[in-house]
Design a protein around this ligand. Structure first.
Ligand code: SF4
Length: 323
């Protein structure tokens, strides 16, 4: 995103907040890798902080989703001073798995832990996210053990870290890989994830399980995504898919809002869903994943009832859903 688009984006948000009389704003920076554009993040925070100083906002929260490899203590201090409270850092498993998977095959595992350790010292909360598939699911407990070792020298690590294991989400880009490492193995992988959560809890780690808040940005009335060129989307999975672009920050606000509501209201559930014991945790299935099976089209039900039932039953039995 350029500085010009960013400034126009801040103005777009200001206009939106004023018109809807919204006083609470949460900004999430994500990419690709957002820290590649550190200057624009800083400029964005300065811009949004200005709105708060002008009295437009009662509360303003920032979250950064990063792979952690480009952070430095200096950058973290600047982001903290500007109000960063939370980060999500992704790690792909144990060092050999993580380093093999990352672009360029560079060894970033150690660098990422270094970033995590100085970030928690600034009291910035971290969701340590490992995206799980059948290749790395057997490494989760060892990954927790590694975190446990780091916590010996950093008291703030356990205090400020939430462990998050999320199932690999297929995208057009990863679809081929998903055929070997995910599809038809989801039940087994989820079961391993829940065991790992239980293990993390035994060691007094905080966990953030998405089984509790199956929330869809697409359906949330006031959730918007501004892409680098100023295009606006409602669903993370639709970014770059012009068919589901709901406008641009240069467009009339009312027109964007109208399209946003149409997109949010696209309901894939049916009569069977309304009688289902998983509803409304599941509301007809993830529409992004479903679209991959329907030539990019949203609005088709994707039922994974067996998967949800077994995962929720096991999670409840092991107390994994308890805060
Ligand atoms: S699990 Fe299946 S039936 Fe139940 S709400 Fe989801 S899609 Fe509908």
């Amino acid at each position: 995103m350029s500085c010009e688009t960013l400034e126009a984006g801040v103005q777009w948000c200001a206009q939106f907040l004023e018109k809807e009389n919204i006083k609470n704003l949460e900004i999430v920076f994500f990419g690709g890798e957002p820290v590649l554009n550190h200057e624009v993040i800083v400029q964005a925070m300065v811009g949004f902080n200005r709105l708060k100083k002008q009295g437009m906002l009662d509360s303003l929260r920032y979250q950064l989703v990063t792979n952690g490899s480009l952070l430095s203590p200096g950058k973290i201090k600047v982001l903290k001073a500007l109000g960063l409270q939370e980060m999500q850092v992704t790690i792909d498993g144990l060092p050999h798995t993580h380093n093999r998977r990352r672009v360029g095959g560079q060894g970033t595992w150690g660098k990422i832990w270094e970033s995590i350790l100085y970030t928690v010292e600034e009291n910035i909360r971290i969701a340590l996210n490992c995206v799980v598939d059948s290749e790395n699911c057997h490494e989760l407990k060892d990954l927790i053990d590694a975190a446990e070792c780091f916590s010996v020298s950093s008291q703030k690590l356990k205090q400020n870290t939430w462990i998050l294991f999320s199932l690999l989400i297929p995208t057009t880009y990863t679809l081929q890989r998903c055929e070997t490492v995910l599809f038809s193995k989801e039940k087994e992988i989820l079961s391993t994830i829940i065991d790992a959560y239980a293990y993390a809890k035994q060691l007094s780690w905080r966990t953030a399980t998405w089984l509790l808040y199956h929330y869809s940005a697409r359906e949330a009335k006031y959730s918007y995504i501004i892409a680098p060129e100023g295009d606006i989307y409602k669903c993370y999975g639709a970014i770059g898919n012009k068919r589901y672009c709901i406008g641009n920050i240069a467009d009339d606000l009312e027109a964007v809002k109208k399209k946003a509501l149409e997109f949010s209201d696209m309901q894939p559930w049916d009569e069977a869903c309304l009688k289902c014991n998983i509803f409304p945790i599941c509301r007809g299935g993830c529409q992004h994943i479903s679209s991959l099976l329907h030539q990019g089209e949203y609005g088709h039900k994707l039922c994974e009832k067996g998967l949800w039932e077994s995962a929720l039953k096991k999670a409840l039995a092991l107390g994994v859903l308890n805060p």
